[in-house]
Design a binder for this molecule. Structure first.
Ligand code: MG
Ligand code: ZN
Length: 180
C-alpha cells in the first residue's frame, strides 16, 4: 500500500483573542465564548483544504492558576462547537522566563506540528492577535495575519514589520488570505 504523502497547507491559529474572546487566564468552560463568525471562518479554511492547528501559550498552567485538565476541557468544548474541525491543539504550559522552546514566538509548537502532519509551509499562515503571534510567523518564515480582536488593535501599532494581512477579525483575515 502506498501511503498518501500529499502536503497540505496549515492555518496555525492563536486561541485567545483570535478564535475565542480574550478572557484573562481562561480556566472555566462557562467562560468560553466563540466569536459569532468563528465557525464560518474555520469552515471556509477547512473547505479549502487547510489543516486547522491551534497554537496557544498557556502560562496560566505554569503559574498554577489552572491545570492542564481545565485547559483540555476547554479545548474539547471548543472542538465540539466547531464540529471537530480542529486537526491539532498545541500548547505551551511554561512561564515566559523559563526559556522553553515552545512558547511563542519560539517555534517548538510549529516544529511539533510539522512532525505530526505533512505541511506545505509555503502556503501556510500564522494568524493571531498579538505581536508574538506575528513574530512566530516571521520566525517560521510563513505568511502572517494579525486580527484586531483581542489585543490586536493595540499590538498592530507595535510590530517589527508589517504582517501580510491586518484584518478586523478572523473571518475577514480568512476571506483575505483565501483570496491571495
Ligand atoms: Mg491571543
Ligand atoms: Zn513552553
Amino acid at each position: 500500500m502506498i501511503m498518501e504523502m500529499k502536503q497540505r497547507p496549515a492555518a496555525f491559529i492563536d486561541r485567545d483573542g483570535t478564535l475565542i474572546e480574550e478572557v484573562n487566564f481562561l480556566s472555566r468552560v462557562n467562560d468560553l465564548k466563540l466569536f459569532d463568525y468563528t465557525f464560518e471562518a474555520i469552515d471556509r479554511l477547512k473547505n479549502r483544504g487547510y489543516l486547522i492547528l491551534v497554537v496557544t501559550n498557556q502560562s496560566g498552567i505554569g503559574r498554577k492558576i489552572y491545570d492542564e485538565a481545565a485547559m483540555r476541557s476547554i479545548h474539547s468544548e471548543l472542538q465540539h462547537r466547531l464540529s471537530d474541525s480542529i486537526d491539532g491543539f498545541y500548547f505551551c504550559p511554561h512561564l515566559p522566563d523559563e526559556g522553553c522552546r515552545c512558547r511563542k514566538p519560539n517555534l517548538g509548537m510549529i516544529e511539533t506540528a510539522c512532525a505530526d502532519f505533512m505541511i506545505d509551509m509555503e502556503k501556510s499562515w500564522m494568524i493571531g492577535d498579538k505581536k508574538i503571534d506575528i513574530e512566530t510567523g516571521f520566525n517560521a518564515e510563513i505568511k502572517t495575519a494579525l486580527v484586531k480582536t483581542g489585543y490586536g488593535a493595540e499590538h498592530s501599532k507595535d510590530l517589527p514589520r508589517q504582517p501580510d494581512i491586518i484584518a478586523e477579525d478572523l473571518l475577514q483575515a480568512v476571506n483575505q488570505l483565501l483570496a491571495v
